[in-house]
Design a protein around this ligand. Structure first.
Ligand SMILES: Nc1ncnc2c1ncn2[C@@H]1O[C@H](COP(=O)(O)OP(=O)(O)OP(=O)(O)O)[C@@H](O)[C@H]1O
Ligand SMILES: [Mg+2]
Length: 262
């Protein structure tokens, strides 16, 4: 049970302020959260509540204005291959082929070319894009680019996977397929997953805990334990407990959506 395993990521009263067009704005206003080793946590909350900001801070791409993030007890002070990121907008290198995009992180880590190529193909196969290995990102659809970005993040086998609405741009069938594969990867390879989504059903299918954020400025509103055993599949979505959890989380998120809309 993840709750009993050591804390992998400690988010300690993180505050983030930006200088926006209307002066200083607070994006995160004291976020506290512990994510345990091998735990799968999903984050939901209305648009603009600071989810991506929080993920960027955990990833070391941005610094908190106040507060701290620790991974394995060590304060985050920049990006690390231990923390793989899939961005909300696919971020591929346009000048590299699909295959080379996936190999990039591996080569940087000193993996030799033939091994990197083999690993890249393993993950391209997983996202069903092996036949596009030699294509360039501009030749792919949005969903295909996102699948390459997912393959690239998995390929380096990071201990912590930070995923920002990774399946948002995908069709329902691909999304379901990749959810299943993510859960299999998570169970097999023992990873700590921090996964942002707008889709409450997706959050419940994937996560052990769902973190609901308050609307601007972002704080943790509620943490919901998803007490549905794995493996979970499409049939899980019909179970009374799933529907009960979905109803509750959806209501909490909608309340926040209304709070900033009026
Ligand atoms: N670099 C920046 N400069 C100024 N303001 C920013 C910057 N990045 C984010 N913000 C602001 O911080 C707030 C939180 O943004 P963030 O992207 O984290 O939200 P989000 O929860 O990920 O939203 P979405 O669900 O739409 O992706 C927003 O009000 C946004 O305008
Ligand atoms: Mg976002």
């Amino acid at each position: 049970m993840a709750g009993n395993s050591p804390v992998k990521v400690q988010i300690d009263h993180v505050v983030k302020k930006f200088n926006g067009r209307n002066g200083e704005m607070t994006a995160l206003n004291g976020v506290d959260l512990n994510i345990h080793e091998n735990e799968f946590v999903c984050v939901v909350g209305p648009s603009g509540c600071g989810k991506s900001t929080l993920l960027n801070i955990i990833g070391g791409l941005d610094k908190p204005t106040d507060g701290h993030v620790y991974v394995d007890g060590k304060e985050v002070d920049g990006p690390s291959p231990e923390r793989g990121i899939v961005f909300q907008q696919y971020a591929l290198f346009p000048w590299l082929t699909v295959e080379k995009n996936v190999m990039f992180g591996l080569l940087q880590q000193g993996v030799n070319r033939s091994e990197a190529l083999e690993t890249a193909h393993k993950y391209l196969k997983m996202v069903d894009l092996e036949e596009f290995a030699k294509a360039y990102p501009k030749e792919l659809s949005g969903g295909m680019k996102q699948r390459v970005a997912i393959a690239r993040a998995y390929a380096v086998n990071p201990k912590v996977l930070l995923m920002d609405e990774p399946f948002g741009a995908l069709d329902a069938q691909t999304r379901t397929q990749l959810q299943t594969e993510l859960l299999e990867t998570w169970e097999k390879e023992q990873k700590t997953c921090f996964f942002i989504t707008h889709d409450v059903e997706e959050a419940i299918i994937l996560a052990q805990r769902v973190v609901i954020m308050h609307a601007r400025p972002g704080r943790v509103k509620e943490i919901v334990d998803i007490d549905i055993p794995y493996p979970r599949d499409q049939a899980t979505k019909m179970s009374p407990r799933f529907l009960e959890l979905k109803n509750h989380i959806w209501k909490q998120v909608y309340e926040e959506y209304l709070a900033v809309r009026k």
